[in-house]
Design a protein around this ligand. Structure first.
Ligand SMILES: Cc1cc2nc3c(=O)[nH]c(=O)nc-3n(C[C@H](O)[C@H](O)[C@H](O)COP(=O)(O)OP(=O)(O)OC[C@H]3O[C@@H](n4cnc5c(N)ncnc54)[C@H](O)[C@@H]3O)c2cc1C
Ligand code: SF4
Length: 528
Protein backbone atom coordinates (compact mmCIF):
# COMPACT_ATOMS: atom_id res chain seq x y z
CA UNK A 1 0.00 0.00 0.00
CA UNK A 2 1.29 3.50 -0.82
CA UNK A 3 2.13 5.49 2.26
CA UNK A 4 1.21 9.13 1.90
CA UNK A 5 2.59 12.17 3.59
CA UNK A 6 -0.77 13.93 3.53
CA UNK A 7 -4.33 12.80 2.89
CA UNK A 8 -6.82 15.58 2.16
CA UNK A 9 -10.50 14.64 2.40
CA UNK A 10 -12.75 16.87 0.28
CA UNK A 11 -11.68 19.00 -2.68
CA UNK A 12 -13.70 22.22 -2.24
CA UNK A 13 -12.65 25.72 -1.18
CA UNK A 14 -10.66 24.42 1.79
CA UNK A 15 -9.32 21.06 0.56
CA UNK A 16 -8.78 22.05 -3.09
CA UNK A 17 -6.85 25.17 -2.09
CA UNK A 18 -4.74 23.34 0.48
CA UNK A 19 -3.84 20.61 -2.03
CA UNK A 20 -2.82 23.21 -4.59
CA UNK A 21 -0.54 24.90 -2.07
CA UNK A 22 1.06 21.65 -0.87
CA UNK A 23 1.50 20.18 -4.36
CA UNK A 24 4.82 21.85 -5.34
CA UNK A 25 6.47 20.48 -2.19
CA UNK A 26 6.93 17.04 -3.75
CA UNK A 27 5.23 15.41 -0.74
CA UNK A 28 3.02 12.42 -1.55
CA UNK A 29 -0.53 13.70 -1.34
CA UNK A 30 -3.77 11.75 -1.71
CA UNK A 31 -6.92 13.82 -2.30
CA UNK A 32 -10.11 11.88 -1.57
CA UNK A 33 -13.35 13.25 -3.01
CA UNK A 34 -16.74 11.61 -2.61
CA UNK A 35 -18.05 13.11 -5.83
CA UNK A 36 -16.84 12.86 -9.41
CA UNK A 37 -15.85 15.51 -11.97
CA UNK A 38 -18.82 17.75 -12.68
CA UNK A 39 -19.77 16.84 -16.26
CA UNK A 40 -19.31 19.55 -18.88
CA UNK A 41 -22.59 19.44 -20.73
CA UNK A 42 -25.17 21.87 -22.14
CA UNK A 43 -27.26 21.46 -18.98
CA UNK A 44 -24.57 23.37 -17.05
CA UNK A 45 -26.14 26.55 -18.35
CA UNK A 46 -29.83 25.55 -18.42
CA UNK A 47 -31.89 27.23 -15.69
CA UNK A 48 -34.50 24.49 -15.70
CA UNK A 49 -31.94 21.73 -15.17
CA UNK A 50 -29.99 23.63 -12.55
CA UNK A 51 -32.65 25.50 -10.59
CA UNK A 52 -35.84 23.53 -11.11
CA UNK A 53 -34.62 19.95 -11.51
CA UNK A 54 -31.66 20.35 -9.07
CA UNK A 55 -29.41 18.47 -11.46
CA UNK A 56 -26.23 19.17 -9.51
CA UNK A 57 -27.64 18.98 -5.97
CA UNK A 58 -26.73 15.85 -4.03
CA UNK A 59 -29.56 13.38 -3.47
CA UNK A 60 -28.64 13.25 0.25
CA UNK A 61 -31.43 13.26 2.77
CA UNK A 62 -30.84 15.12 6.00
CA UNK A 63 -33.34 15.59 8.84
CA UNK A 64 -34.38 18.65 10.77
CA UNK A 65 -34.73 18.68 14.54
CA UNK A 66 -38.29 17.34 14.34
CA UNK A 67 -37.06 14.44 12.24
CA UNK A 68 -38.55 15.78 8.99
CA UNK A 69 -36.46 14.81 5.94
CA UNK A 70 -35.16 17.43 3.50
CA UNK A 71 -32.77 17.59 0.56
CA UNK A 72 -29.87 19.89 1.49
CA UNK A 73 -28.32 22.25 -1.06
CA UNK A 74 -24.95 20.48 -1.13
CA UNK A 75 -22.85 19.63 -4.15
CA UNK A 76 -20.56 16.60 -4.25
CA UNK A 77 -18.08 17.21 -7.04
CA UNK A 78 -14.38 17.83 -7.50
CA UNK A 79 -14.27 21.48 -6.41
CA UNK A 80 -17.17 21.08 -3.97
CA UNK A 81 -19.68 23.89 -3.60
CA UNK A 82 -17.41 26.27 -5.50
CA UNK A 83 -18.49 24.54 -8.73
CA UNK A 84 -21.87 26.20 -8.31
CA UNK A 85 -20.93 29.26 -6.33
CA UNK A 86 -21.36 32.90 -7.31
CA UNK A 87 -17.61 33.55 -6.87
CA UNK A 88 -18.22 36.72 -4.84
CA UNK A 89 -14.87 36.58 -3.05
CA UNK A 90 -15.09 38.90 -0.05
CA UNK A 91 -12.73 39.31 2.87
CA UNK A 92 -14.35 39.36 6.29
CA UNK A 93 -14.23 42.81 7.85
CA UNK A 94 -11.43 43.54 10.34
CA UNK A 95 -14.07 43.97 13.05
CA UNK A 96 -15.45 40.48 12.37
CA UNK A 97 -12.29 39.08 13.98
CA UNK A 98 -13.13 40.82 17.27
CA UNK A 99 -16.16 40.51 19.48
CA UNK A 100 -19.17 42.22 17.90
CA UNK A 101 -22.37 43.01 19.74
CA UNK A 102 -25.42 42.04 17.69
CA UNK A 103 -29.14 42.41 18.25
CA UNK A 104 -29.42 38.84 19.56
CA UNK A 105 -26.10 38.53 21.36
CA UNK A 106 -22.36 38.59 20.86
CA UNK A 107 -20.51 37.32 17.83
CA UNK A 108 -17.34 35.87 19.39
CA UNK A 109 -13.80 36.96 18.60
CA UNK A 110 -11.51 34.80 16.47
CA UNK A 111 -8.31 33.47 18.05
CA UNK A 112 -6.31 35.15 15.28
CA UNK A 113 -6.53 38.76 14.21
CA UNK A 114 -7.38 40.10 10.79
CA UNK A 115 -3.75 41.19 10.51
CA UNK A 116 -2.60 37.57 10.87
CA UNK A 117 -4.87 36.38 8.06
CA UNK A 118 -4.32 39.40 5.80
CA UNK A 119 -1.24 38.13 3.91
CA UNK A 120 -3.13 34.92 3.17
CA UNK A 121 -6.18 36.82 1.93
CA UNK A 122 -3.82 38.52 -0.47
CA UNK A 123 -2.37 35.20 -1.62
CA UNK A 124 -5.84 33.67 -1.95
CA UNK A 125 -7.01 36.63 -4.06
CA UNK A 126 -4.04 36.05 -6.33
CA UNK A 127 -4.61 32.29 -6.50
CA UNK A 128 -8.29 32.77 -7.32
CA UNK A 129 -7.69 35.73 -9.65
CA UNK A 130 -10.10 38.06 -7.90
CA UNK A 131 -11.30 41.18 -9.72
CA UNK A 132 -12.14 44.19 -7.58
CA UNK A 133 -11.45 47.83 -6.72
CA UNK A 134 -9.99 48.83 -3.38
CA UNK A 135 -11.07 52.01 -1.68
CA UNK A 136 -14.74 52.06 -2.68
CA UNK A 137 -16.23 50.10 0.22
CA UNK A 138 -16.00 52.06 3.49
CA UNK A 139 -16.01 48.86 5.57
CA UNK A 140 -13.21 47.24 3.57
CA UNK A 141 -10.32 46.04 5.75
CA UNK A 142 -6.73 47.10 5.02
CA UNK A 143 -4.99 45.10 2.29
CA UNK A 144 -1.28 44.72 1.53
CA UNK A 145 -1.78 44.52 -2.24
CA UNK A 146 -4.23 45.69 -4.84
CA UNK A 147 -6.68 43.22 -6.33
CA UNK A 148 -4.82 41.20 -8.95
CA UNK A 149 -7.39 42.15 -11.62
CA UNK A 150 -9.52 45.24 -12.22
CA UNK A 151 -13.13 45.27 -11.09
CA UNK A 152 -15.72 43.72 -13.37
CA UNK A 153 -17.60 46.65 -14.91
CA UNK A 154 -21.27 47.30 -14.25
CA UNK A 155 -23.65 46.92 -17.16
CA UNK A 156 -25.77 50.03 -17.82
CA UNK A 157 -28.77 49.23 -15.55
CA UNK A 158 -26.47 48.33 -12.65
CA UNK A 159 -24.29 51.39 -13.31
CA UNK A 160 -27.49 53.42 -13.10
CA UNK A 161 -28.29 51.74 -9.80
CA UNK A 162 -24.78 52.55 -8.53
CA UNK A 163 -25.16 56.18 -9.65
CA UNK A 164 -28.61 56.49 -8.06
CA UNK A 165 -27.35 55.03 -4.79
CA UNK A 166 -24.35 57.35 -4.79
CA UNK A 167 -26.60 60.34 -5.52
CA UNK A 168 -28.70 59.38 -2.50
CA UNK A 169 -25.55 59.48 -0.35
CA UNK A 170 -24.68 55.77 -0.32
CA UNK A 171 -21.39 54.05 -1.08
CA UNK A 172 -21.95 51.18 -3.48
CA UNK A 173 -18.82 49.37 -4.63
CA UNK A 174 -17.70 46.95 -7.29
CA UNK A 175 -18.14 43.48 -5.81
CA UNK A 176 -15.02 41.28 -5.66
CA UNK A 177 -15.49 38.66 -8.32
CA UNK A 178 -13.71 35.40 -9.19
CA UNK A 179 -14.24 35.15 -12.93
CA UNK A 180 -11.43 34.92 -15.50
CA UNK A 181 -12.69 37.85 -17.50
CA UNK A 182 -10.51 40.15 -19.61
CA UNK A 183 -12.86 42.94 -20.59
CA UNK A 184 -10.15 44.75 -22.53
CA UNK A 185 -9.33 41.64 -24.58
CA UNK A 186 -12.54 39.71 -24.98
CA UNK A 187 -11.33 37.51 -27.86
CA UNK A 188 -8.73 36.12 -25.42
CA UNK A 189 -10.97 36.06 -22.36
CA UNK A 190 -11.77 32.67 -20.84
CA UNK A 191 -14.97 34.12 -19.35
CA UNK A 192 -17.62 35.09 -21.89
CA UNK A 193 -19.64 37.13 -19.36
CA UNK A 194 -22.81 35.07 -19.52
CA UNK A 195 -26.08 35.14 -17.57
CA UNK A 196 -25.66 31.66 -16.13
CA UNK A 197 -22.90 32.06 -13.55
CA UNK A 198 -24.24 32.46 -10.02
CA UNK A 199 -25.64 29.09 -8.94
CA UNK A 200 -24.62 27.41 -12.22
CA UNK A 201 -21.43 25.48 -13.07
CA UNK A 202 -19.23 27.24 -15.63
CA UNK A 203 -19.31 25.26 -18.87
CA UNK A 204 -16.11 26.88 -20.12
CA UNK A 205 -14.13 26.54 -16.86
CA UNK A 206 -13.70 30.30 -16.52
CA UNK A 207 -15.02 30.60 -12.99
CA UNK A 208 -12.36 30.75 -10.27
CA UNK A 209 -13.49 27.57 -8.57
CA UNK A 210 -11.54 25.03 -6.57
CA UNK A 211 -11.54 22.47 -9.36
CA UNK A 212 -10.11 24.81 -12.00
CA UNK A 213 -7.68 26.76 -9.80
CA UNK A 214 -7.14 24.27 -6.98
CA UNK A 215 -7.34 20.64 -7.97
CA UNK A 216 -6.40 20.72 -11.67
CA UNK A 217 -3.14 22.65 -11.19
CA UNK A 218 -2.32 20.44 -8.18
CA UNK A 219 -2.70 17.34 -10.34
CA UNK A 220 -0.02 18.67 -12.68
CA UNK A 221 2.37 17.51 -9.94
CA UNK A 222 3.10 13.78 -10.12
CA UNK A 223 3.18 13.52 -6.33
CA UNK A 224 -0.56 14.35 -6.11
CA UNK A 225 -3.16 11.62 -6.55
CA UNK A 226 -6.89 12.27 -6.75
CA UNK A 227 -9.39 9.52 -6.03
CA UNK A 228 -12.96 10.43 -6.99
CA UNK A 229 -16.17 8.70 -5.90
CA UNK A 230 -14.30 8.00 -2.69
CA UNK A 231 -16.36 8.74 0.39
CA UNK A 232 -14.45 8.70 3.65
CA UNK A 233 -16.66 7.01 6.22
CA UNK A 234 -14.40 6.70 9.24
CA UNK A 235 -11.09 7.77 10.70
CA UNK A 236 -9.27 5.24 12.86
CA UNK A 237 -6.72 6.08 15.54
CA UNK A 238 -4.12 4.38 17.68
CA UNK A 239 -5.31 3.00 21.02
CA UNK A 240 -4.52 6.26 22.81
CA UNK A 241 -6.58 8.15 20.26
CA UNK A 242 -3.86 10.73 19.61
CA UNK A 243 -2.90 9.80 16.03
CA UNK A 244 -5.09 9.03 13.02
CA UNK A 245 -3.80 5.71 11.69
CA UNK A 246 -6.35 4.89 9.02
CA UNK A 247 -8.68 6.69 6.62
CA UNK A 248 -11.49 4.34 5.66
CA UNK A 249 -12.95 4.95 2.20
CA UNK A 250 -15.96 3.55 0.39
CA UNK A 251 -15.16 3.28 -3.29
CA UNK A 252 -17.01 1.18 -5.87
CA UNK A 253 -18.89 -0.58 -3.10
CA UNK A 254 -15.65 -1.68 -1.40
CA UNK A 255 -13.98 -0.41 1.75
CA UNK A 256 -10.32 0.46 1.62
CA UNK A 257 -8.05 2.01 4.26
CA UNK A 258 -5.30 4.55 3.53
CA UNK A 259 -2.65 5.94 5.83
CA UNK A 260 -0.70 9.18 5.99
CA UNK A 261 1.42 11.18 8.40
CA UNK A 262 -1.07 14.06 8.23
CA UNK A 263 -4.83 13.81 7.67
CA UNK A 264 -6.80 16.89 6.69
CA UNK A 265 -10.60 16.85 6.80
CA UNK A 266 -12.37 19.32 4.49
CA UNK A 267 -15.77 17.86 3.73
CA UNK A 268 -17.83 21.02 4.28
CA UNK A 269 -19.07 22.02 7.74
CA UNK A 270 -21.88 19.48 8.11
CA UNK A 271 -20.04 16.54 6.57
CA UNK A 272 -16.81 17.16 8.46
CA UNK A 273 -18.78 17.07 11.71
CA UNK A 274 -20.50 13.92 10.47
CA UNK A 275 -17.17 12.22 9.78
CA UNK A 276 -15.71 13.08 13.18
CA UNK A 277 -18.87 12.02 14.99
CA UNK A 278 -18.98 8.77 13.00
CA UNK A 279 -15.38 8.07 14.04
CA UNK A 280 -16.20 7.61 17.74
CA UNK A 281 -14.08 4.99 19.49
CA UNK A 282 -13.16 3.90 23.01
CA UNK A 283 -10.60 6.71 23.12
CA UNK A 284 -13.09 9.23 21.73
CA UNK A 285 -16.53 8.03 22.87
CA UNK A 286 -18.36 11.24 21.82
CA UNK A 287 -16.73 11.38 18.41
CA UNK A 288 -13.17 11.93 17.23
CA UNK A 289 -11.55 15.06 18.69
CA UNK A 290 -14.75 15.77 20.57
CA UNK A 291 -13.68 15.84 24.20
CA UNK A 292 -15.03 19.40 24.29
CA UNK A 293 -18.44 18.25 22.97
CA UNK A 294 -18.15 21.07 20.42
CA UNK A 295 -18.01 18.95 17.22
CA UNK A 296 -21.15 19.67 15.25
CA UNK A 297 -22.19 22.64 17.40
CA UNK A 298 -22.31 26.34 16.49
CA UNK A 299 -23.54 25.61 12.97
CA UNK A 300 -24.11 28.85 11.04
CA UNK A 301 -25.22 29.54 7.47
CA UNK A 302 -26.18 33.24 7.35
CA UNK A 303 -29.60 34.68 7.80
CA UNK A 304 -30.23 35.40 4.12
CA UNK A 305 -32.93 36.79 1.92
CA UNK A 306 -32.97 36.70 -1.87
CA UNK A 307 -35.40 39.20 -3.36
CA UNK A 308 -36.15 40.76 -6.68
CA UNK A 309 -37.15 44.34 -7.24
CA UNK A 310 -39.02 45.38 -10.36
CA UNK A 311 -37.29 48.07 -12.33
CA UNK A 312 -39.57 50.60 -14.05
CA UNK A 313 -37.30 50.34 -17.07
CA UNK A 314 -36.38 46.87 -18.36
CA UNK A 315 -33.20 45.40 -16.92
CA UNK A 316 -31.28 43.74 -19.76
CA UNK A 317 -28.23 43.02 -17.57
CA UNK A 318 -26.43 39.78 -18.38
CA UNK A 319 -23.83 39.48 -15.61
CA UNK A 320 -25.45 41.17 -12.65
CA UNK A 321 -23.30 40.25 -9.66
CA UNK A 322 -21.07 43.32 -9.87
CA UNK A 323 -22.37 45.61 -7.11
CA UNK A 324 -22.27 45.47 -3.34
CA UNK A 325 -23.36 47.77 -0.52
CA UNK A 326 -22.03 47.57 3.03
CA UNK A 327 -23.45 50.86 4.34
CA UNK A 328 -25.59 48.93 6.84
CA UNK A 329 -22.98 46.32 7.75
CA UNK A 330 -22.44 47.69 11.25
CA UNK A 331 -25.81 49.42 11.67
CA UNK A 332 -27.35 52.67 10.52
CA UNK A 333 -28.80 55.87 12.01
CA UNK A 334 -30.67 54.84 15.13
CA UNK A 335 -29.63 51.18 14.75
CA UNK A 336 -26.46 50.45 16.71
CA UNK A 337 -26.22 46.74 15.88
CA UNK A 338 -24.96 45.16 12.64
CA UNK A 339 -27.47 44.57 9.83
CA UNK A 340 -25.36 42.97 7.12
CA UNK A 341 -24.38 43.02 3.47
CA UNK A 342 -26.42 43.75 0.35
CA UNK A 343 -25.22 42.42 -3.01
CA UNK A 344 -26.60 41.45 -6.36
CA UNK A 345 -27.24 37.85 -7.39
CA UNK A 346 -27.32 36.37 -10.85
CA UNK A 347 -30.00 37.82 -13.12
CA UNK A 348 -33.19 35.82 -12.79
CA UNK A 349 -35.09 34.38 -15.73
CA UNK A 350 -38.69 33.27 -16.21
CA UNK A 351 -37.49 29.68 -16.36
CA UNK A 352 -36.18 29.92 -12.80
CA UNK A 353 -39.53 31.09 -11.46
CA UNK A 354 -41.45 27.99 -12.50
CA UNK A 355 -42.91 26.50 -9.41
CA UNK A 356 -42.45 29.69 -7.38
CA UNK A 357 -46.11 30.05 -6.52
CA UNK A 358 -45.86 33.18 -4.40
CA UNK A 359 -44.35 35.04 -7.32
CA UNK A 360 -47.06 33.89 -9.68
CA UNK A 361 -49.95 34.60 -7.34
CA UNK A 362 -48.81 37.95 -5.98
CA UNK A 363 -48.29 39.58 -9.35
CA UNK A 364 -50.83 37.85 -11.60
CA UNK A 365 -52.51 38.83 -13.80
CA UNK A 366 -50.73 42.14 -14.60
CA UNK A 367 -47.27 40.64 -14.75
CA UNK A 368 -46.40 37.58 -16.78
CA UNK A 369 -43.34 35.71 -15.58
CA UNK A 370 -41.53 36.81 -18.72
CA UNK A 371 -42.32 40.44 -17.90
CA UNK A 372 -41.16 39.97 -14.31
CA UNK A 373 -37.88 38.56 -15.60
CA UNK A 374 -37.43 41.44 -18.03
CA UNK A 375 -37.73 43.97 -15.21
CA UNK A 376 -36.19 42.02 -12.34
CA UNK A 377 -33.19 43.40 -10.45
CA UNK A 378 -32.06 40.69 -8.06
CA UNK A 379 -30.60 41.26 -4.61
CA UNK A 380 -29.12 39.03 -1.93
CA UNK A 381 -29.07 40.19 1.68
CA UNK A 382 -26.93 38.46 4.32
CA UNK A 383 -27.20 39.05 8.02
CA UNK A 384 -24.80 37.35 10.39
CA UNK A 385 -26.27 34.47 12.38
CA UNK A 386 -24.75 33.78 15.78
CA UNK A 387 -23.06 30.53 16.80
CA UNK A 388 -25.41 28.79 19.23
CA UNK A 389 -24.38 25.52 20.87
CA UNK A 390 -27.85 24.12 20.18
CA UNK A 391 -27.56 24.78 16.43
CA UNK A 392 -25.84 21.58 15.63
CA UNK A 393 -25.18 18.57 13.48
CA UNK A 394 -25.79 15.20 15.13
CA UNK A 395 -25.96 11.72 13.68
CA UNK A 396 -29.13 9.68 13.59
CA UNK A 397 -29.03 5.97 14.31
CA UNK A 398 -28.95 5.29 10.57
CA UNK A 399 -25.84 7.52 10.24
CA UNK A 400 -27.66 10.37 8.45
CA UNK A 401 -27.19 14.01 9.37
CA UNK A 402 -29.70 15.63 11.70
CA UNK A 403 -29.52 19.42 11.72
CA UNK A 404 -31.05 21.43 14.55
CA UNK A 405 -31.18 25.14 13.83
CA UNK A 406 -32.86 28.10 15.49
CA UNK A 407 -32.45 31.39 13.59
CA UNK A 408 -30.89 34.41 15.23
CA UNK A 409 -30.82 38.08 14.31
CA UNK A 410 -34.20 38.09 12.63
CA UNK A 411 -34.78 41.70 13.65
CA UNK A 412 -31.64 42.92 11.82
CA UNK A 413 -32.50 40.73 8.83
CA UNK A 414 -35.91 42.39 8.55
CA UNK A 415 -34.43 45.82 9.13
CA UNK A 416 -31.90 45.27 6.34
CA UNK A 417 -34.75 44.36 4.01
CA UNK A 418 -36.57 47.50 5.12
CA UNK A 419 -33.48 49.59 4.35
CA UNK A 420 -33.33 48.05 0.87
CA UNK A 421 -37.00 48.91 0.34
CA UNK A 422 -36.26 52.52 1.27
CA UNK A 423 -33.32 52.57 -1.16
CA UNK A 424 -35.54 51.44 -4.00
CA UNK A 425 -37.43 54.73 -3.87
CA UNK A 426 -34.32 56.43 -5.25
CA UNK A 427 -33.42 53.84 -7.83
CA UNK A 428 -36.12 53.69 -10.49
CA UNK A 429 -37.88 50.64 -9.05
CA UNK A 430 -41.49 49.82 -8.24
CA UNK A 431 -40.97 50.05 -4.50
CA UNK A 432 -44.22 48.30 -3.70
CA UNK A 433 -42.92 45.13 -5.33
CA UNK A 434 -39.99 43.49 -3.55
CA UNK A 435 -40.48 39.79 -4.00
CA UNK A 436 -38.85 36.81 -2.30
CA UNK A 437 -36.81 34.54 -4.55
CA UNK A 438 -37.24 31.06 -3.18
CA UNK A 439 -35.60 29.16 -6.02
CA UNK A 440 -32.31 31.00 -5.66
CA UNK A 441 -32.13 30.62 -1.93
CA UNK A 442 -33.97 27.29 -1.82
CA UNK A 443 -35.51 28.65 1.32
CA UNK A 444 -38.91 27.01 1.18
CA UNK A 445 -37.29 24.81 3.82
CA UNK A 446 -34.89 27.23 5.50
CA UNK A 447 -32.32 24.71 6.81
CA UNK A 448 -31.96 23.20 3.31
CA UNK A 449 -30.34 26.39 2.01
CA UNK A 450 -26.99 25.45 3.51
CA UNK A 451 -24.75 27.02 0.83
CA UNK A 452 -22.91 29.11 3.44
CA UNK A 453 -22.66 26.42 6.13
CA UNK A 454 -19.86 26.97 8.67
CA UNK A 455 -18.79 26.59 12.25
CA UNK A 456 -19.09 22.96 13.41
CA UNK A 457 -15.44 22.52 14.50
CA UNK A 458 -14.42 25.96 15.60
CA UNK A 459 -10.83 26.87 16.24
CA UNK A 460 -9.66 28.50 19.46
CA UNK A 461 -7.04 28.49 22.15
CA UNK A 462 -9.06 26.65 24.81
CA UNK A 463 -9.53 22.89 24.24
CA UNK A 464 -12.57 23.00 26.51
CA UNK A 465 -14.50 25.29 24.17
CA UNK A 466 -13.03 24.61 20.73
CA UNK A 467 -12.19 21.61 18.54
CA UNK A 468 -9.13 22.95 16.72
CA UNK A 469 -6.12 24.97 17.78
CA UNK A 470 -5.10 28.10 15.90
CA UNK A 471 -3.27 26.00 13.27
CA UNK A 472 -6.59 24.21 12.66
CA UNK A 473 -5.14 21.05 14.19
CA UNK A 474 -7.44 19.03 16.47
CA UNK A 475 -6.53 19.77 20.09
CA UNK A 476 -6.73 16.07 20.88
CA UNK A 477 -5.24 14.40 17.78
CA UNK A 478 -1.73 15.26 16.76
CA UNK A 479 -1.98 14.65 12.99
CA UNK A 480 -5.60 15.68 12.30
CA UNK A 481 -6.50 19.04 10.72
CA UNK A 482 -9.79 20.58 9.49
CA UNK A 483 -9.66 23.32 6.83
CA UNK A 484 -13.18 23.81 5.48
CA UNK A 485 -15.54 26.45 6.84
CA UNK A 486 -16.05 24.34 9.99
CA UNK A 487 -13.26 26.25 11.72
CA UNK A 488 -15.15 29.60 11.68
CA UNK A 489 -15.96 30.76 15.26
CA UNK A 490 -18.30 33.36 13.69
CA UNK A 491 -19.36 33.92 10.10
CA UNK A 492 -19.62 37.70 9.59
CA UNK A 493 -22.08 38.82 6.96
CA UNK A 494 -20.06 38.45 3.77
CA UNK A 495 -19.69 35.30 1.68
CA UNK A 496 -17.40 32.73 3.28
CA UNK A 497 -15.36 31.09 0.49
CA UNK A 498 -12.38 33.48 0.30
CA UNK A 499 -11.89 33.17 4.07
CA UNK A 500 -11.81 29.36 3.76
CA UNK A 501 -9.33 29.67 0.88
CA UNK A 502 -7.11 32.16 2.74
CA UNK A 503 -7.10 29.98 5.83
CA UNK A 504 -6.19 26.92 3.75
CA UNK A 505 -3.22 28.85 2.36
CA UNK A 506 -2.27 29.74 5.95
CA UNK A 507 -2.53 26.13 7.14
CA UNK A 508 -0.54 24.95 4.12
CA UNK A 509 2.40 27.10 5.29
CA UNK A 510 2.17 25.49 8.71
CA UNK A 511 2.02 21.98 7.22
CA UNK A 512 4.97 22.59 4.90
CA UNK A 513 7.00 23.64 7.91
CA UNK A 514 5.83 20.64 9.90
CA UNK A 515 6.71 18.31 7.04
CA UNK A 516 10.12 19.90 6.67
CA UNK A 517 9.30 20.92 3.12
CA UNK A 518 10.49 24.22 1.70
CA UNK A 519 7.76 26.86 1.69
CA UNK A 520 6.64 26.95 -1.92
CA UNK A 521 4.33 29.20 -3.81
CA UNK A 522 2.01 27.49 -6.27
CA UNK A 523 2.88 28.50 -9.81
CA UNK A 524 0.37 30.83 -11.47
CA UNK A 525 -2.39 29.07 -13.38
CA UNK A 526 -3.59 30.52 -16.68
CA UNK A 527 -4.90 34.01 -16.17
CA UNK A 528 -8.30 34.74 -17.61
C1 LIG B 1 -25.13 28.08 -5.09
C2 LIG B 1 -24.02 28.57 -4.22
C3 LIG B 1 -23.55 29.86 -4.36
C4 LIG B 1 -22.51 30.30 -3.54
N1 LIG B 1 -21.98 31.54 -3.77
C5 LIG B 1 -20.91 31.95 -3.05
C6 LIG B 1 -20.27 33.17 -3.34
O1 LIG B 1 -20.64 33.89 -4.27
N2 LIG B 1 -19.22 33.54 -2.59
C7 LIG B 1 -18.75 32.75 -1.55
O2 LIG B 1 -17.81 33.16 -0.87
N3 LIG B 1 -19.34 31.59 -1.24
C8 LIG B 1 -20.39 31.15 -1.98
N4 LIG B 1 -20.94 29.94 -1.72
C9 LIG B 1 -20.42 29.16 -0.59
C10 LIG B 1 -19.09 28.50 -0.90
O3 LIG B 1 -19.18 27.73 -2.07
C11 LIG B 1 -18.69 27.65 0.29
O4 LIG B 1 -18.59 28.48 1.43
C12 LIG B 1 -17.37 26.94 0.11
O5 LIG B 1 -17.33 26.17 -1.06
C13 LIG B 1 -17.13 26.05 1.32
O6 LIG B 1 -15.91 25.40 1.18
P1 LIG B 1 -15.64 24.06 1.99
O7 LIG B 1 -14.27 23.63 1.68
O8 LIG B 1 -16.04 24.28 3.40
O9 LIG B 1 -16.71 22.99 1.42
P2 LIG B 1 -17.01 22.54 -0.06
O10 LIG B 1 -16.52 23.53 -1.04
O11 LIG B 1 -18.45 22.16 -0.12
O12 LIG B 1 -16.14 21.20 -0.22
C14 LIG B 1 -16.42 20.04 0.50
C15 LIG B 1 -16.00 18.85 -0.36
O13 LIG B 1 -15.94 17.68 0.43
C16 LIG B 1 -16.50 16.59 -0.28
N5 LIG B 1 -16.92 15.61 0.71
C17 LIG B 1 -17.94 15.71 1.60
N6 LIG B 1 -17.97 14.64 2.40
C18 LIG B 1 -16.96 13.84 2.01
C19 LIG B 1 -16.49 12.56 2.47
N7 LIG B 1 -17.05 11.95 3.50
N8 LIG B 1 -15.43 11.99 1.82
C20 LIG B 1 -14.83 12.63 0.76
N9 LIG B 1 -15.25 13.84 0.30
C21 LIG B 1 -16.29 14.44 0.94
C22 LIG B 1 -17.63 17.23 -1.06
O14 LIG B 1 -18.05 16.44 -2.16
C23 LIG B 1 -16.99 18.55 -1.50
O15 LIG B 1 -16.29 18.42 -2.70
C24 LIG B 1 -21.97 29.45 -2.54
C25 LIG B 1 -22.44 28.15 -2.40
C26 LIG B 1 -23.45 27.70 -3.24
C27 LIG B 1 -23.93 26.28 -3.07
S1 SF4 C 1 -19.87 34.55 -16.45
FE1 SF4 C 1 -17.88 33.74 -17.07
S2 SF4 C 1 -17.21 32.51 -15.32
FE2 SF4 C 1 -19.40 32.82 -15.08
S3 SF4 C 1 -20.33 31.00 -16.02
FE3 SF4 C 1 -20.26 32.63 -17.60
S4 SF4 C 1 -18.33 32.25 -18.68
FE4 SF4 C 1 -18.23 31.11 -16.75
Amino acid sequence: MTAYDVIVIGSGAGGGTLTRCLAPSGKRILLLERGGWLPREPQNWQARDVFVDNRYVSPDTWYDERGAPFQPQVHYFVGGATKLYGAALYRLRKEDFGELRHHDGVSPAWPISYGELEPYYTRAEQLYQVHGARGEDPTEPPASAPYPFPAVSHEPRIQQLADDLAAAGHQPFHAPCGVMLRENAMPDSACVRCATCDGFPCLVHAKSDAEVLGVRPALAHPNVTLMTDAEVVRLETDAAGTVVTGVVVEHDGERETFTADIVVVSCGAANSAKLLLASASDAHPRGLANGSDQVGRNYMFHNCVAVLALSKEPNPTVFQKTLGLNDFYFGTGDVDYPLGNIQMVGKSTAEMYRGEKPLQTRLAPEWTLEKVARHAVDFWLSTEDLPLPGNRVTLRDDGAIALAYRPTNDVPRKRLLHELKLLLRHTGMHHDHLLPRHAYLRNEIPVAGCAHQAGTCRFGTDPATSVLNTDCRAHEVDNLYVVDTSFFPSIGAVNPALTAMANAVRVSDHLLERLGAPSTRPEAAHAG
